[in-house]
Design a protein around this ligand. Structure first.
Ligand SMILES: Cc1cc2nc3c(=O)[nH]c(=O)nc-3n(C[C@H](O)[C@H](O)[C@H](O)COP(=O)(O)O)c2cc1C
Length: 375
C-alpha cells in the first residue's frame, strides 16, 4: 500500500490546526460524526457510553458530536435505548460524558433530535404518542401516517429543543448540534416531499425553513451569545438516498440564509461521499457551497478514511474512494473547516491519533462488525 511520507506529514500538519466555532476553539480539524448506537437503556448514557466518547477524545478527536439524543417531547423518538436529552438521570449521565471528554482534552456537543414521521409506536411512557410531522406524510410518501402538527405541537417542539440546548450549556457541553438532516422532523419540514402545508410553514423553500429557523432562534435565545449552535442538514434522506432539498445553489441559499440569520454558527453538511461535486460547474461539495453561500464555518463528512489502504480502495458498486490528499487539498483551499469521521472512528478509536501523528499506515480497514460493540 502506498501512503507517501509527504501525505502523512501534510495530514498531520493541516489537520492539527485549531479552528473557532463562535466562542469555542476546537483543537484540531477532526470531528466525530454523530452515530446512533442504542447502548443507553432507559435513555441514560452510562459508563460504557462515557468511556466510548472519552477514548476517542483522548486519541485526538477535536470535536465530538454525540449520537442523536431525543429532545423532551412525547413523539421525539421510538427507542428506549437511544439516549434522551431530558430527565434527571439522563442529564446526569450526559454531564459525566462531557466531563470525561473534557478531561481527555476534547470538546463535545450533543446532537438534538426529533424523528417526526419516522416514528413507529414508541416506548413507555410515550408508547401511545402519535408520529408527528408537517403533513402526516412519511418520507416514503405514505399519506395519513401520523398527525399533521398544529401550532401548539410546533410550539411544544420548539420549546423542547430550546430546553435541551439550555440544559446542554448548564451541564457543561461546548455547544449543540441540531439534527436537521436525513429525513427526520426538521428535514421533513425543509423537504417539499413531506411538507404540503399551506400555512406559514409550507410553500417555497424559505417558508419550509420557517420551523427550523424558529427552533434556531429559540435555542439562540436561551444560550449564551458565544455558545456555538451547529445545524446539520443533508440533501439525502434515510429512506430516499436520491432525494434533494435544493437543485441549484440559489435554492440552497434560500434555505441556508434564514437559518444563518436566526443564529446558526456553523453548518454540518451531510453527504455520503465528500468528494462529489454538489452542483454542476464547480468542484465544491455541499459543505463547500454552504460555506460560500453563508460565510459560516462548515463541517464536511462522508466516507473519510473508510478504505484500508486510504488511497485506492473501492466501496459498494465500485465507486472510487478518494485518498487523504484530496481532503487536505480542499481543507487548504478553505472549502470547509472541519472533517467529520463516522465509521472509521467506530472501527478504530485511535484513528485521529494515527492521522495526527502521521501514522497513516497503521489505520485499520473498516469492518461492519464494529457496529455491534461500544469499544
Ligand atoms: C451506525 C450509524 C449511526 C448513525 N447515526 C446518526 C445520527 O444519529 N445522526 C446523524 O446525523 N447521522 C447519523 N449517522 C450518519 C453519520 O453521522 C455519517 O454522516 C455517515 O456515517 C457518513 O460518514 P462516514 O462515511 O465517515 O461513516 C449514522 C451513521 C452510522 C454508520
Amino acid at each position: 500500500m502506498t501512503v507517501t511520507a509527504s501525505s502523512a506529514s501534510r495530514a498531520a500538519e493541516i489537520l492539527s490546526r485549531p479552528v473557532a466555532l463562535n466562542g469555542l476553539t476546537v483543537p484540531n480539524r477532526i470531528a466525530m460524526a454523530p452515530m446512533t448506537r442504542k447502548f443507553s437503556p432507559g435513555g441514560v448514557p452510562g459508563d460504557d457510553v462515557r468511556s466510548y466518547y472519552a477514548r476517542r477524545a483522548a486519541a485526538g478527536v477535536g470535536l465530538i458530536v454525540t449520537e442523536g439524543t431525543y429532545v423532551g417531547h412525547e413523539s421525539a423518538g421510538e427507542s428506549n435505548r437511544v439516549p434522551r436529552f431530558h430527565g434527571e438521570e439522563q442529564l446526569a449521565g450526559w454531564a459525566k460524558v462531557a466531563e470525561a471528554v473534557h478531561a481527555a482534552g476534547g470538546t463535545i456537543v450533543p446532537q438534538l433530535w426529533h424523528i417526526g414521521m419516522v416514528r413507529k409506536p414508541g416506548y413507555p411512557p410515550y408508547a401511545d404518542a402519535p408520529a408527528v410531522g408537517p403533513s402526516g406524510i412519511r418520507v416514503d410518501g405514505t399519506e395519513n401516517a401520523g398527525k399533521a402538527m398544529t401550532q401548539s405541537d410546533l410550539d411544544d417542539v420548539i420549546g423542547a429543543f430550546a430546553e435541551a440546548a439550555a440544559a446542554a450549556e448548564r451541564i457543561g457541553f461546548d455547544g449543540v448540534e441540531l439534527h436537521g438532516a436525513h429525513g427526520y422532523l426538521l428535514d421533513q419540514f425543509l423537504w417539499a416531499g413531506t411538507n404540503r402545508r399551506t400555512d406559514a410553514y409550507g410553500g417555497d423553500p424559505v417558508a419550509r425553513t420557517t420551523f427550523a429557523a424558529e427552533i434556531v432562534a429559540a435555542v439562540r435565545e436561551v444560550v449564551s451569545p458565544d455558545f456555538p449552535v451547529i445545524f446539520r442538514y443533508s440533501q439525502w434522506k434515510q429512506e430516499a438516498y436520491d432525494a434533494r432539498l435544493a437543485e441549484t445553489p440559489e435554492e440552497l441559499e434560500a434555505i441556508l440564509t434564514p437559518l444563518a440569520a436566526a443564529g446558526v454558527d456553523a453548518f454540518h453538511a451531510s453527504t455520503r461521499r465528500y468528494w462529489l461535486p454538489e452542483f454542476e460547474g464547480s468542484d465544491l461539495n455541499l459543505a463547500g457551497w454552504t460555506k460560500k453561500l453563508t460565510g459560516r464555518p462548515t463541517i464536511t463528512v462522508g466516507s473519510v478514511g473508510l478504505d484500508g489502504d486510504f488511497i485506492r480502495a473501492f466501496v459498494g458498486e465500485g465507486a472510487p474512494v478518494q485518498g487523504i490528499d484530496e481532503l487536505l487539498d480542499r481543507l487548504e483551499r478553505d472549502e470547509f473547516d472541519l472533517v467529520a469521521v463516522g465509521r472509521a472512528l467506530l472501527q478504530d478509536p485511535e484513528w485521529a491519533a494515527k492521522v495526527l501523528g502521521g501514522r497513516l499506515e497503521e489505520l485499520k480497514p473498516y469492518d461492519a462488525a464494529a457496529l455491534n460493540t461500544l469499544s
